[in-house]
Design a protein around this ligand. Structure first.
Ligand code: SAM
Length: 260
């Protein structure tokens, strides 16, 4: 029986076998790796991943799709299904001392940004991540200061991960077709952060506040956190907006505030 895609779960199923092959080749999964898939759906990526790796953990919120997933891929290997919301999933429950996680997912686009912010917390147990995302979100992940796509997501992701956009995927590769173009991106945790931050919670709070009102100057948006003089000490012109500030400048300002 055909599954009726549920909009509220962001269900756009991959049907283009050449794209599926390209994604799997890009991931290059190996037997006995610690692979985890977010949102397996009907198994477009799950089946080939499971066939190669022999074992796969998947996190799927839609209870009704699980029997279909099992029917499609269950005989390919050891498929461990966590019927849970990925946003509250504890990824540390899957990591072992020897094997970091390789996370994969054609993500539900409606919650892709919260998923990435959730995963930032588990960077230390992640080997790499390959995601299908809305093209605009990949542009935001990889954006540089001074561009319209640059924002909190760019700063926080690039602080934790190397961001490598891989290739574009057109709407025709899905059923139902999304209204937007998609893109595959690879995120790999840095071994050493690109800039030094003394208090990560304070850095995160500063970046959040700076971008809360993107159009306003930092003199205004950061009024409650720092003085104009502190901005100037770190080489920031108080009339600049958050979208002009580099990760290094955010780190320098955060470090200055942590010591004063
Ligand atoms: N992997 C399949 C494919 O490529 O055809 C399905 C991808 S579909 C874009 C997103 C999947 O994520 C759906 O199976 C959906 O039910 C699931 N999903 C949506 N919200 C979720 C959540 N909060 N936690 C876990 N899975 C979720």
């Amino acid at each position: 029986m055909k599954h009726i895609a549920r909009k509220r779960f962001g269900q756009n199923f991959l049907i283009d076998t050449s794209i599926i092959d390209r994604i799997i080749t890009g991931i290059n999964p190996q037997k006995n790796e610690n692979l985890v898939e977010i949102g397996p759906g009907l198994g477009a990526l799950t089946c080939p991943l499971l066939s190669i790796a022999g074992k796969l953990d998947v996190i799927e919120l839609d209870r009704d799709i699980i029997p279909k997933l099992n029917r499609n891929c269950g005989d390919r290997g050891e498929l461990i299904i966590h019927n849970q919301d990925v946003l509250s999933f504890d990824f540390s429950s899957l990591a072992t001392d020897h094997k970091k996680l390789r996370i994969i997912g054609n993500l539900p686009y409606n919650i892709s940004t919260p998923i990435i912010f959730h995963l930032v917390k588990f960077g230390h147990i992640i080997q790499d991540m390959h995601f299908m995302l809305q093209k605009e979100v990949v542009n935001r992940l990889a954006a540089q200061p001074g561009t319209s796509s640059y924002g909190r997501l760019s700063v926080m992701t690039q602080y934790h991960f190397r961001v490598a956009p891989l290739f574009l995927v057109p709407p025709e590769s899905f059923d139902p077709q999304p209204k937007v173009d998609s893109s595959i991106v690879m995120l790999k945790p840095h071994q050493h952060p690109p800039v030094s931050v003394t208090d990560e919670a304070a850095f995160s709070a500063l970046v959040k506040q700076a971008f809360a009102m993107k159009r306003k100057t930092l003199r205004n948006t950061l009024k409650s956190l720092c003085t104009v003089q502190q901005l100037e000490t770190t080489g920031i012109n108080p009339s600049q907006r958050a979208e002009e500030i580099t990760i290094k400048q955010f780190a320098d300002l955060s470090n200055l505030l942590s010591t004063s």
